[in-house]
Design a protein around this ligand. Structure first.
Ligand SMILES: *Cc1c(COP(=O)(O)O)cnc(C)c1O
Length: 738
């Protein structure tokens, strides 16, 4: 289906490439060499993108597999090639190294960098037990388990080999300290995930460090097993250091060069500390640790700042790392702590290091992830208000548009080139193109049918397994006898909601008053499916309670609405389920407490498929909402006040917002049932207005302009054309509300 433009690749053998670090597969050797040269050029023109998590499951976007399926006649008699092809066609296609939006954003961003040919490499960790696998029991709620997966078997992941000992894994040494202030060496293997462009003509390497290896120390091994393992504060602090402190040693070992380090959130900010330490050692020579003055430290920080770009992703406190100074002095050495004393101090909390404050202080640019978030961040950090800018998030359109929708776009003349350029949608005249409208409606129906079938299969699997396992199925419908009343029907108005279960996201908002909700449906005679999914962090007890509350509401809502309302919880939220949901529902619900949803990206994924959002005016929706065109808004829109940023239950504003939802819902249902053509126009308007803006090509282009890179004329032109699609930081936006 995807026409690969490159003509040079005529067979699978041509996708094998080698380097000092081993053998890889996915791009021609010439492309491999070109990329490696760009990221190791002595001119230092590249960016190291640092993220605690990266979500890029090959399930959803896998150009190499598409290529093999479409273009390769498997005729090779080379057993190694046959093994590779088999792995790419049938291997596992999930890399569970993400927890939610931050990681998926990182993956989407890196894919767009690859599509745009920008010299970037990423650094993250490889978690042998993933984040966690979610089981859900109707009486217990969420149960978490280690995720079983095999990096070795996963296509597009490669373990780097030691150039001096062929056949042995490359082992990186990362300097650490133990609780007695003694230096210790942490060991890590290095994996490379290749984020390959659609055309197989560029890639962005992601270097994932695996610390859970026999030669590493037990406390390091354990801290590296699971993403966001926060069993103890020390483990959490160590996991952050394992990211931040490996970056310079990794770069040196691989012979890479860099001009900018982009911190995707502050988790990896100890890299800044290491840069400062090196600058001080270079400047002051021997005895530098005893001779350095505060002035020297500030001067080195200023120099380091020139190389750091920082993106802050949330106004929510839990998203910002703080560690007790007493804890940190036990695991870091005195010189490092002296620097943190000056740069990570927090006047509000003198006994802690505040790593957000550290990241805020030492950089050359701070970006927020939407316009509203910029205004809120300026209020939270008035000292840095001048340098805080908005680069509104996006999603990788090729990853999130369903196959059925993509086929329609492929066959629409006006949309030609949409895969390369999502800006194409803004110029297409679609609203009166009868063929297009009919095809779009039909694709939406297909995606809805797929989703409904998926849910029904899940319900009956759960029902069947009820006897054999100790798990009590998470859905009331699985407890009902098999039959029409215990299944979903296609075409029934379906509301989707899936995201991490943090309390501020308020998954339970619309169930605030079950009687009111049920009455709306009964009075209109409107059946509605409510599909929910999402994971709560294992240590987030309030988040887990919200999840349990969703389960607890199912029966009552079903009965009060005479079976019209079917509230479903789908366990195991991941990228595959996300795409299934955003494309298969009729509207995408977002009910956070404003302004705590800094951006939100699942709603953009819905918009990519033309699915209208039903959302509180928060995050990206402030920019993506157009009255009567792209979706609906509800809830509090007033000024941002002091307690707006609080997450305490009494400030979550339930009643106002839920009542506003109950006023809106009948209007949406009425429109869906009585004026389907008008409803379809909401889809068209999302494609026309929101696809060109909320995509990562545009977002990546805005970032590239901040990286200050030397690009060849053609790439620079392309970047400029995407950057021009939108100005996230445009000034004609109302001033921050008081
Ligand atoms: C997109 C995505 C998210 C982020 O969704 P938000 O709306 O930003 O909360 C989280 N998890 C998965 C699996 C996703 O695909």
């Amino acid at each position: 289906m995807i026409p690969k433009k490159i003509v040079s690749v005529s067979s699978e053998e041509e996708l094998v490439c080698t380097s000092r670090f081993g053998k890889f597969f996915g791009v021609p050797q010439s492309v491999f060499d070109q990329v490696w040269q760009a990221i190791s050029s002595p001119k230092s023109n590249s960016v190291a993108y640092v993220s605690m998590e990266i979500g890029a499951d090959p399930d959803l976007f896998h150009p190499v597999q598409d290529f093999i399926k479409e273009q390769v006649q498997i005729k090779s008699d080379n057993p190694e090639i046959l093994r590779l092809l088999d792995k790419y066609l049938h291997g596992p296609r999930k890399i569970p190294n993400y927890s939610g939006g931050l990681g998926v954003l990182a993956g989407d961003t890196l894919k767009s960098f690859a599509d745009l040919h920008i010299p970037v490499f990423a650094v993250s960790l490889l978690y042998r037990e993933g984040y966690f696998s979610q089981l859900v029991d109707s009486r217990v709620g969420q149960i978490d388990q280690a995720t079983k997966w095999s990096p070795e078997a996963t296509p597009s992941l490669f373990q780097l080999q030691d150039p001096d000992h062929p056949g042995q894994p490359l082992e990186l040494t990362v300097p650490f300290f133990n609780e007695y202030d003694h230096p210790v060496e942490a060991k890590a293997h290095v994996w490379m995930k290749m984020e390959i462009s659609e055309e197989l003509d560029y890639f962005v390497p992601e270097f994932l460090l695996d610390y859970s290896i026999p030669s590493s120390l037990p406390w390091i091994r354990e801290a590296g097993l699971r993403l966001y393992n926060s069993k103890s504060a020390i483990m959490k602090a160590n996991q952050r250091r394992m990211l931040g402190s490996c970056i310079l040693p990794l770069i040196e070992r691989l012979g890479l060069t860099w001009k900018t380090i982009h911190l995707n959130e502050q988790h990896g900010v100890t890299v800044t500390l290491h840069i400062i330490l090196r600058l001080l050692a270079q400047k002051l020579g021997d005895d530098w640790q005893t001779r350095m003055t505060d002035q020297d430290i500030f001067a080195a920080a200023q120099e380091a700042a020139e190389h750091i770009v920082y993106t802050i992703h949330t106004p929510v406190k839990a998203g910002h790392d703080r560690f007790a100074r007493s804890l940190y002095t036990g695991i870091s050495h005195g010189t490092g702590c002296r620097i943190l004393d000056l740069l990570a101090n927090d006047p509000d909390s003198p006994y802690e290091y505040n790593f957000t404050a550290f990241a805020m202080r030492v950089n050359r640019a701070v970006n927020s992830v939407s316009r509203l978030h910029r205004d809120v961040t300026r209020k939270q950090f008035p000292e840095f208000a001048d340098k805080i800018r908005a680069v509104t998030n996006g999603v990788h359109h090729l990853t999130w548009i369903s196959e059925a929708r993509a086929k329609v776009f492929d066959s629409t003349a006006d949309l030609s080139g949409w895969r390369d350029d999502p800006g194409v949608f803004s110029k297409a005249s679609l609203d009166r193109n009868a063929t297009f409208l009919e095809q779009l409606r039909s694709a939406w129906e297909q995606d809805n049918l797929q989703l409904v079938n998926y849910v029904n299969q899940m319900l009956s699997d759960h029902r069947a397994r009820m006897e054999e396992t100790w798990i009590d199925p998470p859905n009331y419908l699985s407890h009902l006898p098999e039959g029409k009343g215990s299944r979903l029907s296609p075409g029934v108005f379906t509301i989707g909601f899936a995201r991490r279960f943090s309390t501020y996201k308020r998954a339970d908002l619309i169930f605030d008053n079950l009687t009111t909700l049920a009455d709306i449906l009964v009075q209109g005679g409107w059946p509605v499916n409510f599909l929910f999914a999402g994971k709560a962090h294992p240590q987030d007890e309030p988040g887990k309670s919200v999840l349990k509350l969703i389960l607890d509401n199912q029966k009552e809502l079903y009965e009060r609405s005479n079976g019209l309302a079917r509230l479903i919880f789908i366990p195991g939220y991941d990228m595959t389920l996300a795409r299934r949901m955003v494309s298969g529902v009729h509207t995408w619900l977002n009910s956070p407490k404003r302004p705590l949803e800094a951006s939100g990206t699942s709603g953009m994924k819905a918009a990519m498929n033309g699915v209208p959002n039903l959302s509180v005016m928060d995050g990206w929706w402030v920019e993506g909402y157009h009255e009567g065109l792209t979706g609906w808004k509800f809830g509090y829109e007033g000024p941002i006040k002091a307690d707006s940023l609080s997450e305490s239950p009494e400030t979550l504003l339930y009643v106002e917002d839920s009542q506003s939802f109950y006023r809106l819902l009948p209007k949406v249902l009425e429109l869906f049932h009585s004026r389907p053509d008008e409803y379809l126009q909401f889809a068209v308007n999302n494609l026309r207005r929101n696809v060109p803006i909320f995509n990562t090509h545009r977002m990546a282009a805005e970032y590239v302009r901040k990286y200050d890179m030397q690009l060849d004329a053609e790439t620079a032109d392309r970047v400029l054309s995407f950057a021009k699609l939108y100005q996230s930081d445009s000034c004609d936006w109302p001033k921050a509300q008081e």
